[in-house]
Design a protein around this ligand. Structure first.
Ligand code: ATP
Length: 220
């Protein structure tokens, strides 16, 4: 039984489908444009021309009870919504849907998409962060509410104990690692006083990680 389906093989969906196939995943690729199907069929055996808003066509294609389905239809919001509804009705489990506007994303989330992604927005944000660089060197969205991020110690943190920094952010962040003089430590004592140029890696609620980020950004 197939475990993945990718619906909509535009610029984004094509690379998702190709990437999953390259990782050896068993996948169904779907688009209503024969040209898109022709392009992906070099990489995926099970590539089908069909209208994904048509529940019967999805059923016949075996898009039923799959583990993960990615909807990569952006411009045609109506088709994206109807596709999600059909997929839910066919008992597909984890549905990840691309959105092009926040309203589009909100509708998809309310209709039960497991995760909504904004590819252009997210990759632009990543690029800006990489360009601005030296404050947050790296960060990961661990879930929709939790983030992991690395910070370089700035003026208002210097000399503070780890427990004091955590308390500044209502104990909603937790230090997971500290790099000092080129050495990473993972069991940092809460009474350790952070030094200039230390690198701190925190896990915590997104809002508090953002607050810490803004603080270090202002001071860098
Ligand atoms: P991208 O930026 O990834 O190229 P996009 O955001 O512009 O895509 P669309 O152009 O709306 O999104 O659609 C992406 C793909 O989904 C296209 O290849 C299109 O043919 C396909 N598609 C749109 N509607 C349907 C549908 N009802 N059934 C199947 N495929 C569809």
């Amino acid at each position: 039984m197939k475990t993945y389906a990718v619906i909509g093989l535009g610029k984004f969906g094509f690379h998702i489908a190709k990437g999953l196939a390259e990782q050896g995943m068993d996948i169904i690729a779907i688009d209503n444009d024969p040209h898109k199907i022709q392009l992906i069929s070099d990489h995926i055996e099970d590539a089908l021309i069909l209208d994904s808003t048509d529940i019967k066509a999805l059923q016949e294609a075996g898009v039923v009870g799959l583990d993960t389905v990615i909807i990569s239809i952006g411009e045609n919001i109506e088709a994206s919504i109807l596709t999600l509804m059909a997929l839910k009705e066919l008992d597909n489990k984890t549905i990840i849907a691309k959105a092009i506007t926040l309203t589009h994303g909100e509708i998809l989330a309310r209709l039960g998409a497991f995760k909504v992604i904004y590819p252009e927005r997210e990759s632009a944000k990543k690029l800006v962060e990489n360009l601005v660089g030296n404050v947050v060197i790296d960060q990961i969205d661990f879930s929709s509410t939790i983030k992991i991020a690395k910070f370089t110690v700035t003026k208002s943190l210097m000399g503070k104990m780890v427990q004091e920094i955590e308390l500044m952010f209502e104990n909603e962040i937790h230090l997971i690692a500290c790099k000092t003089r080129d050495n990473w430590t993972f069991d940092v004592d809460k009474t350790y006083k952070v030094r200039e140029n230390d690198m701190l890696s925190f896990i915590g609620k997104k809002a508090f990680i953002e607050k810490l980020r803004n603080l270090t950004k202002e001071e860098s």
